[in-house]
Design a protein around this ligand. Structure first.
Ligand code: NAP
Ligand code: G4F
Length: 356
């Protein structure tokens, strides 16, 4: 490891939405950031390419290590190599609908994967005597059918294999904190979005579609349940909360949410309004996007984080939608320019048309 004086962080899920914002935040604070990268046949580092420098050319602040939450040996090896001050366990199969299709894999990565990471941490802490702080990426999906507003005191009633796996990860984390005295925090984060959100989550699916329809690249948008309510915040605000939890004197668990909620239909209406279209002419129902069990209403009470961590969201619902629409309009314009110049639509455009 380099002789850098700042802290060193290890992030699983560094290539995901939150991993990219958290990496930006930590680099801006002088951290050396190490990420666990899972092997893929195509490059999967788009979201962090702007932060990554060729290690042959400059002294890098972001370094990547192959590993997988399904492979405990790789996690132990990365931990021993990096010797981090802080670990952020963000890696997961994070799509709720998909977790009904691949439940065992979801449990293996989101549930057991957390246990593997915690075991690696326990062994490392015992062997080295080092004090490492650990953040676990928990989810409001754990509340599931519990009535809003949901807080740290609300009992879990998960409604998907993903939610159950995250609840297991949450309790594994508490168990390791109590049993071994490790500094472990559970964040219970409500939905958070951004221009970097995966294109199969509903918000990004909607902003991509509305902007592509506006530019004549797509005709229709197929959606499932428009009545579900979510408490949507901005991912950049939420990674700041992760960091604040690990700077607190004692390890604890915190709900992170805006405290306001909207239906999927309201998100759709506002998005289409922003591009000057009437959503009802373009949006159609497709039952394939329904879930075997739905989470109807999530709205968080983050008063504990507000008072203890002094955390506040800075981006409201309208601003979030505007930010995502602006970014996706630019993508659609680029796609349109390529098509006008006689090129095929780029691969990611075609993936959106498939509407996964
Ligand atoms: P995301 O964009 O789907 O990113 C997930 C990350 O996990 C990606 O880097 C992915 O790698 C990695 N990953 C998947 N399987 C893995 C495996 N087997 N081993 C190692 N890494 C693996 O998710 P996100 O929105 O950034 O969310 C970050 C975390 O917070 C997740 O645990 C999610 O469940 C949780 N969470 C998210 C929200 C939200 O609203 N965004 C709310 C509450 C909790 P690839 O890039 O290679 O796929
Ligand atoms: O955007 P979603 O897929 O997010 P969901 O299921 O709330 O999960 C996200 O937030 C969780 C936090 O609560 C995270 F833990 C999890 O990792 C993920 O980031 O769906 C939101 C709502 C659902 O009620 C869904 O039924 O939108 C509804 N919906 C309606 N039509 C759709 C669609 N969702 C998707 N993905 N695609 C649709 O066509």
């Amino acid at each position: 490891m380099s002789g850098r004086v700042g802290k060193r962080a290890l992030i699983t899920g560094i290539t995901g939405q939150d991993g990219s914002y958290l990496t930006e935040l930590l680099v801006s604070k002088g951290y050396e950031v190490h990420g666990v990268l899972r092997r893929a046949s195509l490059f999967n580092t788009d979201r962090i390419d702007h932060l990554y420098h060729d290690p042959h050319q400059v002294r890098p602040s972001v370094l990547l290590h192959y590993g997988d939450l399904a492979d405990g040996a790789s996690l132990r090896h990365v931990l021993e190599t990096v010797q981090p001050d802080e670990i952020y366990n963000l890696g997961a199969q994070s799509h709720v609908r998909v977790s009904f299709q691949i439940p065992e894999y979801t449990a293996d990565v989101a549930g057991l994967g957390t246990l593997r990471m915690l075991e690696a941490l326990r062994e490392h802490a015992e062997r080295s005597g080092r004090h490492v702080r650990y953040y676990q990426a928990g989810s409001s999906e754990m509340f599931g059918a519990a009535a809003p507003p949901q807080s740290e005191n609300t009992p879990f009633h998960p409604r998907s294999p993903y939610g159950v796996s995250k609840a297991a990860a949450h309790w594994y984390s508490i168990n390791y904190r109590e049993a071994y005295g490790l500094f472990i925090c559970n964040g219970i984060l409500f939905n958070h979005e951004s221009p970097r959100r995966g294109e199969t989550f509903v918000t990004r699916k909607v902003t991509r579609a509305a902007t592509r329809i506006k530019l004549g690249l797509q005709d229709k948008l197929y959606l499932g349940n428009l009545d579900a309510r979510r408490d949507w915040g901005f991912a950049g605000d939420y990674v700041a909360a992760m960091w604040l939890m690990l700077q607190h004197e004692v390890p604890d668990d915190f709900v992170i949410a805006t405290g306001t909620s909207h239906t999927v239909r309201e998100f759709v209406e506002l998005t289409f309004d922003q591009v000057g279209l009437d959503w009802s002419k373009y949006v159609e129902f497709d039952p394939r996007y329904l879930r075997p069990a739905e989470v109807d209403f999530l709205e968080g009470d983050a008063s504990k984080a507000r008072s203890i961590l002094r955390w506040e969201p800075t981006v409201g619902f309208n601003e979030l939608v505007r930010m995502m629409v602006e970014s996706d309009l630019e993508l659609a314009r680029q796609e349109r320019t390529l098509i006008n110049a006689g090129h095929n639509a780029p691969e990611r455009g075609r993936a959106t048309v498939r509407q996964v």
